[in-house]
Structures are given as structure tokens and as C-alpha cells.
Design a protein around this ligand. Sequence first.
Ligand code: C2E
Ligand code: CA
Ligand code: CA
Length: 719
Amino acid sequence: MNDHKVKSIVKSLSNIQSDNFFEEICLALGQAIDSDYVFIATIDENKNKASSIAVARKGQIVDNFSYHLQNTPCSEVANESICTHRDNIQQLYPNDQLLVDMDIEGYVGVPLKTGEGKVQAILIALFEGNFANVLEVETLFLLFSGIIERELHKANYVKTIELHKHIIENTHEAILICDKEQRITYVNPAFTRMTGYSLTDVLGQTPKLLNSGIQDKNFYQAMWRELNEKGYWKGKIWNKNKEGKVYLEWLSITAIVDEHKSVTHYNAVFMDVTEQYRAAEKIKFQESYDELTKVANKNSLFDFINLSAARYQHQHPTSAALLVINIDLFKKFNSLYSYGFGDKVLVEIAARLKSVVQPSDLVARTSSDNFAIFVNDLSSKDDITKVINKVRSAFIEPLHIASVSLKITVTIGVAFLYKDASDAHRLFEKAEQAMFVAKDISRNSYQFYSQQLADEASKEEQLKQSLEYGIEHDEFSIVYQPIVSVEGYAVTKFEALIRWYHNGSWLSPADFIPTAEKFGLISKIGDIVLEKACAELSKLKAQGFTELAFNINRSIYEFPVEANDTAWLDTIRRHELEPKDICFELTESVLAPENDTHIALLNQLQLAGCTIALDDFGTGYSSLSYLRRFPIDTLKIDRSFISEMTKVEGDVVLVSAIISMAKALNIAVVAEGVELKGEVDILRQLGCDYIQGYYFSKPLKPAHLAQYLMEVNSEGRIG
Ligand code: C2E
Ligand code: CA
Ligand code: CA
């Protein structure tokens, strides 16, 4: 071999910069072997295609090209064999068009392999004529293929490193690398974005600069112990950024070891998970707490009770109790002010309730105006009374909200764990039932749950369902009781009284009206009564009883919400009656000061021509003062005064006073429940205008009205 040639190649290689190595070696080899072309081409994975990375042609670098390997001598080289043809290469590979185009005769190719022995590229020399020293070319190629292979490997390696670097720099996770002394050697741009520290800020520092102080020494000791034992650590950790803001990161640290298994570096990868953490915490909070008042919600109250239930299993049946606390009239003052105001009231109530309980108890808000307290560790039933008193006294002092001073009262129902129910759900139901019973009796009161109470409640529930059925199936009818004029005993007025025929028997209104009122069914019933009475009156008028008027009872719960509601007048007019044909009977409570809309509606009715009677007069508590609030037309003296009149001297005086007062105010008087002739006589003497009662007539069925009217008004005396 020609030493000179090797030397010249080695010499030219010594000047080579790594970035033009392949071109330089192609040029040097081309010159040394005097070939027309020398090129290096990489081979694709499937050995289908070659792509040159450097091409020297007659001492010049020319453009790269790529070609298919099929039917070329290069495919053999790609398959690991050295391929040498002094001449006639075109004849040997007639389908290799490139050889024809380039006018090639001689060919030398050697495979260039990876460290694993896989062909990754080929080194090829082409001769336009044939060439002399086959052996010399082959030897030179083999000699330099090793260098080229290493260089290819290096190029690949650099490419991989560059890719890795690109990935590391562009990843969303922060990456921090430190040496075994924990001095930071690298951080990526995501680290800078997350922490605010640039690479220059942290180079040479330790990761302690991120320390938030939230985790204690033990935490870090345990972390390092695990990291050194297992080689990695994963977990959440609160750190602090350059601005001093604390954030939660999900961190994974890996110890990087050398071939002797000693740590050279630590690689930490982390993500900021503060937002996710906050969102999860919020959900957790919302699941167990009432957002507005920050006390427990119904779910967590139930969990708490069930936990206690497990704890108390073998103890005394009154060791723990649940108080269901309803804020009296909350809905009313909520609509009176604003919802924002109502919210503030609830927050203050929650605070007051919390102030009266022990740490072992739990306050919860269970619905819009209901709170509950679960009380643990009661030693006797008396203990709970003390708690109830504490709760009630927490509201003695009015609430001061937005310059409004508000007096709050609460109604409480109590049920004992184990005595009344052994799980949260039923315990709550029972305490709530007790609260409803308390509410029925009076606001600002409390009740303990008992079976008897529950039975009554369930009876009432049944009655309510029957009422709904009755309304739907037209089970109601009306009877009419005459109101007899003392003057000549003429009858031009009747009171309409409802009757309910249900399940084969007649029910008295006293038995179902309170339930209808309680469950909001009274308005529907009231509509039925007015409708039927108007139809009946219209019929009678058509028969010639033109002077007739009917009295209709109206419970306070039947009054519409809107003062300008005209439904009652509409019904009257729809039956071609005049408002003066109907007198509405109502009790004093309708005229109470808080019922301004009722009074506005009564004014509207009266203005239209209806008359208004005050029923059960004398049984209310501030009769006279209410009378002044509204100009009523008629006053009905309650039966209790009438029946006592003949027995007790004092009551005659009272009835006499009522009649005189009414006369002074120009109000007509009806005496109710008159059963005896003696009563009629006294009432006549006292100047009473009308008498209603069994003495003259019981309430009559509609079918008997016309007959009755004809008899009574022609004879002038009944009974
Ligand atoms: P009220 O308005 O005081 O009606 C008079 C009640 O006394 C009627 O009882 C009547 O039958 C009864 N009564 C009349 N004369 C005598 C008598 O001489 N002696 C005795 N012992 N009782 C007499 P009723 O029909 O059972 O009604 C009871 C209450 O039910 C009524 O008292 C009224 O408050 C209410 N009510 C009746 N019908 C209606 C209605 O359509 N709507 C509303 N909201 N309430 C009604
Ligand atoms: Ca009445
Ligand atoms: Ca009455």
C-alpha cells in the first residue's frame, strides 16, 4: 500500500472540523484513490433507500442525492458485504439507471456499521473508467471506515442529545438537576416559569431556596432517607417561588448513579398542582359544608351522627340527641328585605348557634331556614333541656344587620339517638316531625319526639291526602243556615257552610278546615264554596228571590298574596250576581296589623259593593282596636256569649255592651248559635238585628231553600 496516500488522508483529516468531516474524508479518499466519485450515504431502516450525506466529485463537493437500493450494487453493500467491481458494472446491474447516467464502469463499496453491527451507511467510490488497484482501494476504505463509523455514531449521538435537550427545554414540567452535593447544575425554562428563578439565579445553589417552611425537618429527613434507599421519591410538597408565593408541587426525584452505583446527580421533575388542589379542596368543602354559613351541611351532619351512633351503641338511649331548629318567619323577612339581607341573617344565626355548643357537638345547616345541632355526651334527659335553653337564649338579643335590628325566634324539635332512632336519616326525620308539631302549637317553642306525636302527624298526613282526593272528586257540598231578621223574622241572608261527604260519612268543617289551612288546600276549598254558593244564589234569584244575600266564610289562609287580586269578584260577576249579594265573613286575625295586603283587598271588595262581617266576635284578643282598622258592616257575636247569657248575668251586660257599641259605629249585629226562646227574647230587648241558630233553623240543604223561603217569608214566623 502506498504510505503516501494514507499519510495525505490522515493529514487532511487532522484539519477537519467535526461539522464537515464527511465531506472532507470523501474529498481526501477521492483524491487518494483517484476515483470520480466518493460518497457516504445513510441507509434507511428497511434498506430501501440511500441518502447521501457527503458527495465528492472530481475534487469538489457536490449536491446530495438519494436513490432506491433495489437492483443496485449498493444494496449488496447495505446487506453487509464489501462490493468491488473493476469494470463492467453497468452490465452487471443493467437496471441501475444512475450508473448509466453517470457513465460508471468501476465500483467499490463498504458497509459502515453501528456499534451493534447494524449497517447504518455505506461508503462508495465510483470510477468512470476501470481502475487498477482493487486491493489498495478496498484496504484504504476499510481503514477509514472505522473512523467514519465513529463519526457517524457521534453525529447520531449529538442528534439524540439535541432532541433530548429540546424535549427538556420545551416540556411543561419543571426539571431541576443537582449534583451529589445538591448544588443545582441545571434547570429548564418550565422551572423558570414556575418558580421565577432563572438558571443563573440558581446555579450552584441548593433546592432549599424553594423551601416554604410548611414541611418540617422530619418530612425532609424521611424524604432523603427514602430517596437514598429506593433511588427515587414521589409526593406533594409546598414550595415557595421567587415572589414568595407558596404553591403545591407534585414532585418526583430520581437519584442518578454511575457504574459503581454511587450517586452523581439528582434529577427532580415537578408540576404546579396548586389549582387542582384548591379545586379539589373546594369540592370537598362543598360536599361537607354549607357554603354560606360555613357550618356543616346535611351530608356531613348525617356522617357525624352515624359515627356517633356506632360509638354509643351500648350506652344509654339518651346519650346523644338531635335538635332540628327552624327560624320562625324567616321566609317572610327574607322577602321583606332582600336575599342578601337574609344571607347575613343566616350567617349570624350560624355564629350564635356555634357559640352555644361544646366542641364535641356539631352545628349544621340542613335547608334554607333550618339548622340542626347534634349534641353528644348527654348524661341525662335534663342536659338537653339546658342545651335547648341555651339555644333559645342565644336569640334574646336582637340581630343587628345593616342597621336593622331583628328579633329572631326559633322552633325546635328534638329526637334522641337510640331511643327514637338509631340512624341519622330517621333521627333527623323524627326531630323534624317534633319541630313541625311544635310549630303547629306555637312559634318560638320546642317539642320532644314521641310515638303519640308521630301517630297524630301521620293521621294528619292521611287527612291531607283524603282532602286532595275530595277536592279532585267533588266531595264537597254546601248547606245554608238562615240569618233571621229580628224585625219581622224575615229571612234574606244565609250563611254558606261547607260539608264533606267522604268514605260514607259526613265530616264537620272543624275536623278538616285546620288541616286544609295547614297544607295550603284551603284556597282550593274556598274557591269551591264560593263557586257553588254563587251558582245556588243565582238560581234562587232567577226563581224570584231577588233580595237574597249569602255569607261566605273566608279563612285568613285563603286571602290572595296580591292585594289587587280580583278572583273573588270575578267569580261573583261570572254568575251574574252583584257584589252586594255576597258578604264575606272573616275572623279578627285577618285584620291584624301585619296583614296590610288583606286590608287592601277588603277595601277593594267593599268598594265594589260586597259587605264584610266579623265572625266569632269576642273570642279574639284585641277586638276593639282591630275594629278601628277596618270599617266592617256586620258583627257576629260568638255563640259562647249567647249560651252563657241566660246563665250568667254578667254576659248579658257584655252582649248588651257589644250591641250598643256596634250601634254607635253603625254596624249590624248577628247573634250566633241561638238555641233557646229565652235567648231570642233577651236579644230582641237588647236591640240585636239578626239571629242565627238552631232555634230558627239548622243549616239547610240547597234543595230545601226555595221551599223554606216561601214558607218563612209568607208566614212571617218560623221555628
Ligand atoms: P262559624 O263560621 O262560626 O259557623 C257557625 C257554626 O256554628 C256552624 O258550624 C254552624 O252549623 C254552627 N251553628 C249554627 N247554629 C248553631 C246553634 O244554634 N248551636 C250550635 N251548637 N251550633 C250552631 P259548622 O258548619 O260546623 O262550621 C264550623 C266552622 O267551620 C265555622 O264556624 C267556620 O269557621 C268554618 N267553616 C264552615 N264553612 C266554611 C267555609 O266554607 N270556609 C271556611 N273558611 N270556613 C268554614
Ligand atoms: Ca261564619
Ligand atoms: Ca261564628
